[in-house]
Ligand binder design. Structure first.
Ligand code: NAD
Length: 292
């Protein structure tokens, strides 16, 4: 039986990510009470029924009072409002962490709204998820063998960092650390750009007069390319706007690559086409092999 590392965990946003964090820690026997805060009463009641949380907080004060850890697992556009709400009620020792997909903005918001708590602020991002939302999508094993990135502040104490690291290790995650700016540049390329491309392709098709026919004949290639276009629009709006600078760089780079491909096609340059396809095929196969 694991030792209880966190007697009271307050989860703001008991959805796929926050709910899975709570479930994994409960399964590991690492938390005492889990208290949930949310925007949707129905979702919170489902979380209670599913045993993800032990109770629904009466209010913000009730949620954070004596909490050892506050987990912010809401869309990144909601982080500022929640930090402002919790700031006056945090105990000196309460660790504030998050699971947001962008990190420079969360770090800046922590500095702005939680200036007295910075020693206990531990920004984090689990590299696991799905296109599903809400408490019903939460799974105890979601983070098993998945990466988790910590982007600690210079003010973050070792104790706070170690506590959050230990909690994620108990969720089964592989924990690493990096600077927030490096994090945002990496995920602009490998996560945020692909989501924009998937949304763009599906939106292009649905606006065609013959969209029904096109969707009728779309098959597994379309399914694999566009799975993530079923993700939450609110969440992805917030991520895109929060990581705007890095994402614009990636969109420009992708447009340049599309131009290269277009030129090759328009000029019947089969060598150029095979060059692009072969490099991509080899890289994709090698990446897939690393996952096994
Ligand atoms: P989700 O929609 O499943 O859950 C978010 C929950 O937050 C919802 O239950 C919603 O009602 C609640 N919420 C929204 N605004 C709130 C507010 N102001 N106060 C309290 N609750 C509020 O979304 P998710 O997939 O769990 O994403 C949560 C966070 O995790 C986001 O910041 C997202 O960027 C990040 N993230 C998502 C994934 C993924 O693949 N889904 C992966 C890694 C990180």
């Amino acid at each position: 039986m694991t030792q209880i590392l966190c007697k009271k965990l307050a989860v703001f946003g008991v959805g796929l990510i926050g709910g899975s964090f709570a479930l994994a820690l409960k399964q590991a026997g690492a938390v005492g009470e889990v208290v949930g805060v949310g925007r949707s009463q129905t979702n919170l009641e489902q979380a209670l029924t599913l045993g993800i949380i032990d109770r629904i907080a009466v209010d913000v004060v009730d949620a954070v009072r004596d909490a050892d850890v506050v987990m912010l697992a809401v869309p990144v556009g909601q982080m500022a409002a929640i930090m402002q709400l919790i700031a006056p009620h945090l105990a000196a020792h309460t660790v504030v962490t998050d699971a947001g997909s962008t990190k420079q903005d969360v770090v800046a918001l922590m500095r702005q709204y939680l200036p007295n708590q910075l020693a206990y602020c531990v920004p984090a991002h689990p590299i696991a998820g799905a296109e599903l939302s809400g408490a019903t999508a939460a799974r105890a094993h979601l983070y098993q063998d998945k990466n988790l990135i910590l982007t600690a502040l210079s003010a973050t104490t070792d104790d706070a960092l170690q506590l959050v690291r230990s909690l994620w290790l108990l969720c089964g995650a592989k924990v690493s650390t990096m600077q927030a700016a490096e994090h945002d540049a990496i995920f602009a390329t490998v996560s945020h750009l692909p989501h924009l491309l998937a949304y763009a392709l599906v939106d292009m098709i649905v606006q065609r007069d013959n969209a029904d026919v096109l969707f009728n004949f779309a098959a597994s290639g379309f399914r694999d390319f566009t799975r993530i276009a079923a993700s939450s629009p609110e969440m992805w709006r917030d991520i895109a706007l929060s990581n705007q600078v890095a994402l614009l760089v990636e969109l420009d780079a992708y447009q340049a690559k599309l131009h290269e491909l277009r030129d090759a096609l328009a000029s019947n340059d089969s060598e150029a086409l095979v060059g692009i396809f072969s490099r991509a095929q080899a890289a994709r196969q090698a990446w897939q092999a690393r996952l096994l």
